[in-house]
Design a protein around this ligand. Sequence first.
Ligand SMILES: C[S@@+](CC[C@H](N)C(=O)[O-])C[C@H]1O[C@@H](n2cnc3c(N)ncnc32)[C@H](O)[C@@H]1O
Length: 224
Amino acid sequence: MMVAMTYEARRAEIETYFDRTAVKAWAALTSAAPVSGIRAKVRAGRDEMRATLLSWLPADMTGLSLLDAGCGTGALALAAAARGAQVTAIDLSPQLVALAAERAAADPAAARIDFRAGDMLDPALGHFDFIVCMDSIIHYAPADAQAVLTGLRARARRAVLFTFAPRTKLLMTALTMGKLFPKKDRSPAIVPQSEAALRAAFPIARSHRVSASVYTSQAMEMPA
Ligand SMILES: C[S@@+](CC[C@H](N)C(=O)[O-])C[C@H]1O[C@@H](n2cnc3c(N)ncnc32)[C@H](O)[C@@H]1O
């Protein structure tokens, strides 16, 4: 598939951010270690989001395959593998992928996870029953985010579950405050998407919005 230059440029910024600038911040946010107020709320919101996405997947995933697209530190990949799924967990950041593999290592389900560093759109990854994209397209411009979803949908047999940052007042406030991470760690800006535009572009079977302090994210299920 043709990818836009804006996608490639943004991808490079995201890789630098998640592989260098904010590796420690992400390791902490996604661990069980205590974190301060605002981050604890973000962690709780992200836990709720992961639970929502997992609730939309079959309880028994034996014989099913799943791509965790932009897996970060791998919590969703491990949960899907624990249900019996054959999982490919891919992220742009080799450091986060290494951390994901390290965290999963003690769990027997990790044997069903293929951890990879690279682009989630790589056609060499093949086809999957389910593709889950949790907070992985929130930094892309709307046109690029939609192109990613179109690319992933072509490789899903059952459904793509994804999240986006909805255009809300709360999110705009959070973006303006920019308080989530120290300035040096600040992420590439989150780009809000229009829910109506996504619904016009794709068939959407289910939707659920999580709003927890500065974490606002909306999940959608798109049948393949
Ligand atoms: C906000 S984090 C979320 C990580 C994980 N899904 C979670 O919810 O914990 C977004 C992740 O998407 C990854 N990402 C963004 N664009 C990607 C791409 N094109 N291919 C693979 N990973 C990508 C980033 O490297 C980052 O780790």
